[in-house]
Design a protein around this ligand. Sequence first.
Ligand code: KG4
Ligand code: ZN
Length: 330
Amino acid sequence: MKKILAIETSCDETSIAVLTTDYTVLSHVINTQIKHFEDLGGVVPEMASRLHEENLFVVYEQALKQASVTIDEIDVIAVTTGPGLIGSLLCGVNFAKTLAKIHNLKLIAVNHMQAHIHALNLEYEVSYPLLTLVVSGGHTMLVVSNHKDHFEVVGQTLDDAVGECFDKVARILGLGYPGGPKIQSIASSNVTSYQLPMPKNDNTLDFSFSGLKSACMNLTNQYKMKQIEIDKADFAASFQDVATEILVKKLVMAAKQYQIFNVAIVGGVSANLVLQQKVKAVFSDCLVPSLIYSTDNAAMIGARAISMLEHEKELNLVNANPNLKVDDNG
Ligand code: KG4
Ligand code: ZN
């Protein structure tokens, strides 16, 4: 059995995990930068890179210590090479290359989106074909996998990602960043009396969230101009209801079209409890990662690397790629 040290720095989480190749997580450290961005309404890329630089070595030492291993016992290093923020990615990639060079270790480049899907392997026996709804801050897509190493995008957002939309609406309501968890907690009363539109491109498997985002901005502006106070809990719940409805509708359409009823939802937005309830009402066996494996984390990077052990790369061929596509191995 081999030991993998996995590194994730694609956005605002500095995370390192140590795993064995049977998906046992020996240690998992996530240093989130959220507190730095809470009041700013979103991630400031420059700051995120600087914080990764400050955190990486500390997180690395914690991960080894918690796993009770030394770097000499590690066989492989896995690192996210994309997609993500270029400055953030470069921090992790350079750290990984340096470690690999100094300790003469194998290096595996991991695609962050593939890793979100492989996070499922940390907790489930995944069977194929699998239809996955990938919903994060940067992506919204439907992916068909006929086997572990197959990722075919069959639908995706034409504009904003759903997580981005949650973050934007939270900002409009003055709830802070990241928007998803804040919207979910304030919306708990489940009163949904604000009328928000469902997108019109209904016959395809693609998504569009810019109309919903604009409708939220317009409606709140109208209320402001008329000096009518917005009921934030109601507004958040109304938005959450429509956003999750769109996701479920397209997931059901894709399942029927591809005749795949073995489904999963992954990525940060899969932590949303209303989304989970709605999806499970249709697909009772739907796979959903635990919270810790749904938002950005290094264990999922290690999980993806497990089926790529033969894909070791020369150090000079491992490069950050902010626009890496989901079917492209990092
Ligand atoms: O996967 P992730 O951690 O990072 C990216 O790869 O983008 O996803 C982050 C996104 C953010 O937009 C955040 O607001 C959203 O996931 N999110 C949620 C919830 N928790 C995180 N959205 C809705 N409900 C949640 N409970
Ligand atoms: Zn992510």
